[in-house]
Design a protein around this ligand. Structure first.
Ligand SMILES: [Fe+2]
Ligand SMILES: [Fe+2]
Length: 442
C-alpha cells in the first residue's frame, strides 16, 4: 500500500466513527486533526506517550521500517514528507490487514511507496488508546516535536555503508562504536549479529538491546537506517524467538513466496554496491543438546542457499559493480583444529561455519562477490583470496577490548565507501580512531 492509500484509509475510518477534535498532548502536526471518540472515557494518563526516538530498520529502495517505544496503550504512526518543513506530509499507520496495531510498549510502522535514492523527513507519533470491553477509544494523538530524515536505497543512492557486530550490549565498546558511526555518517549500518548481550528472556531485555541501546545515544538509528542480521546470540532466550515483534522482518514482497520465511535476508543496492544479507543461524548443529530439540536451522540455511542462487541472477546483483555479503559466523578459517560448527562439541564454541561456507561459497564465487564480512569471534582479521576462494573474507572485532590491540581484539567499524577509484574499505578501530586496514576493490 502506498503512503497515499494509508492516509486515506485512516481518514475515512475516523469519519465513520464520528470523532471530535482533541487537543494534542504536545507537539502536533499541521494538517492532522487530533481526534477522540465523542463518548471517550477520558484521558487516563497525562504522561508522555512516546518513550524513545525512532529506530529506522530494514532499509530498502521503496520502503523503510520504523519502531519506537511507547509508555501506554497506543497505536503508533509516522508522518513523512519530502521537505524538511514537513509540508505535504502524509501519515502512515502501523499494522497490516484491517487492524492497526495497538500495543502498550512499542510501535512498528512500515512505510511503503517511497521513491528510490530519495531523502525524506519524518516524525513519529501515536494515538493513546483505551479499551472498554471490546471497544477501542481513541483518547488523544501525540506527535514527537523532533523531525528526523533518511534516504532510501537503490542504484542511484550514494554514500557509504558501515558494518558493526558483536556489540553484546557492552556499553563501553558500544559507546565507542556509536561515536565512530556518528562521525562517519554512513548511508546505512549493517548490524551483523550478536546485538543481544547473552540472551533476551523478556520484552524488557529486547527493548534494551534494540531500542534503548545506549544512554548516550538515544537517537542511534533515528537518521540512519540499520539492517539487522541475526547472530547466534540473537536466537537465545524466550523473547528472541519472537524478535520480529520488535525488529521487524523484511517486506514479504522483497522475496518470492517460497522464501516468505526468510525474514532477515536481503539484497539491496547502495549505488554500485549490492548488499547481500544472510543468516548463519545458531553456531551448533541442530541436534546439539544445548537446543533442547527445538531448533531447525539446517533446513533454514538450505532454503537461504536456494534464495541466494536465485538472487544472484537478479539485475540488482548482476548489474552491481561491487558485491558485498554479510553474515554473522565466519565462512573460512585456516586453523584445522578449530570447531567448524558441524560437530557436536560440548567444550569448544564454533569458530566458523563450514556447512554455510560449502553451500554459499560457490554461489559467491559464481556471482563475483568481492567481500564477505562476518563477525562472531570478536577478533579482527582479513583472509585474502586463496586457492578455492576468490572473495576476500573479513572478520570484524566486537565488544572485547584488549589493551594495546593484542590478539586483534577491539571494536571495529568497517566502512565501505563509493569512490571514483572503486569500493574503498576502511577498518576503524573504535577505541582509538586508528585505521587498522584499508583496501580499494576496483
Ligand atoms: Fe559475539
Ligand atoms: Fe556469535
Amino acid at each position: 500500500m502506498a503512503i497515499d492509500d494509508a492516509m486515506m484509509d485512516r481518514r475515512s475510518f475516523l469519519s465513520r466513527l464520528g470523532t471530535g477534535v482533541f487537543a494534542a498532548a504536545f507537539g502536533g502536526a499541521a494538517g492532522f486533526p487530533k481526534r477522540a471518540n465523542a463518548e471517550s472515557p477520558g484521558t487516563a494518563s497525562p504522561g508522555r506517550l512516546l518513550a524513545s526516538a525512532p529506530v529506522l530498520q530494514n532499509a530498502a529502495e521503496t520502503s523503510i521500517g520504523v519502531s519506537f517505544a511507547v509508555n501506554a496503550l497506543a497505536s503508533g504512526w509516522v508522518e513523512i514528507s519530502k521537505s524538511p518543513d514537513m509540508s505535504g506530509a502524509k501519515r502512515v499507520y502501523s499494522g497490516t490487514g484491517g487492524l492497526m496495531d495497538v500495543n502498550d510498549r512499542f510501535a512498528l510502522v512500515r512505510i511503503r511507496g517511497l521513491r528510490p535514492a530519495t531523502r525524506y523527513w519524518y516524525r513519529i507519533g501515536a494515538d493513546r488508546m483505551e479499551f472498554k470491553r471490546y471497544r477501542p477509544f481513541n483518547l488523544a494523538s501525540e506527535a514527537d516535536g523532533k523531525i528526523h530524515s533518511f534516504t532510501t536505497l537503490g542504484p542511484g543512492a550514494g554514500g557509504s555503508f558501515c558494518v558493526i557486530a558483536d556489540t553484546h550490549q557492552r556499553e563501553p565498546a558500544l559507546g565507542m562504536t556509536l561515536a565512530k558511526l556518528q562521525e562517519l555518517k554512513p548511508s546505512v549500518v549493517i548490524w551483523n549479529g550478536d546485538a543481544t548481550g547473552n540472551f533476551n528472556t523478556t520484552l524488557d531485555d529486547a527493548m534494551k538491546t534494540f531500542i534503548h541501546v545506549h544512554p548516550d545515544y538515544p537517537e542511534y538509528a533515528a537518521d540512519t537506517p540499520w539492517m539487522f542480521v541475526n547472530g547466534n546470540h540473537d536466537f537465545r532466550g524466550l523473547f528472541n524467538r519472537h524478535l520480529q515483534d520488535l525488529m521487524m522482518f523484511r517486506e514479504l514482497d522483497e522475496r518470492a513466496g517460497r522464501y516468505a520465511s526468510l525474514g532477515r535476508n536481503f539484497v539491496q543496492r547502495l549505488g554500485d554496491i549490492a548488499l547481500i544479507g544472510l543468516d548463519t543461524g545458531e553456531d551448533k548443529p541442530d541436534a546439539h543438546p544445548y537446543f533442547g530439540g527445538v531448533v531447525k536451522f539446517e533446513p533454514y540455511r538450505r532454503l537461504q542457499t536456494r534464495w541466494l542462487a536465485d538472487m544472484i541472477e537478479t539485475p540488482a546483483v548482476k548489474t552491481a559493480k561491487f558485491k558485498v555479503a554479510f553474515c554473522h559466523i565466519p565462512l573460512s578459517d585456516a586453523n584445522p583444529a578449530h570447531n567448524a560448527g558441524d560437530e557436536i562439541d560440548m567444550e569448544r564454541a564454533a569458530e566458523w561455519h563450514r556447512p554455510c561456507a560449502q553451500m554459499w561459497g560457490p554461489l559467491f564465487e559464481k556471482a563475483g562477490v568481492n567481500l564477505v564480512v562476518t563477525g562472531h569471534t570478536h577478533r579482527f582479521r582479513v583472509d585474502p583470496p586463496c586457492m578455492g576462494r576468490t572473495w576476500t573474507h573479513m572478520v570484524s572485532g566486537g565488544c572485547d577490548i584488549w589493551e594495546k590491540g593484542a590478539k586483534r581484539k577491539f571494536p571495529t567499524v568497517i566502512e565501505g565507501l563509493q569512490t571514483p577509484d572503486g569500493l574503498h574499505i576502511r577498518v576503524h578501530n573504535a577505541t582509538n580512531g586508528k585505521i587498522e586496514y584499508e583496501r580499494t576493490f576496483t
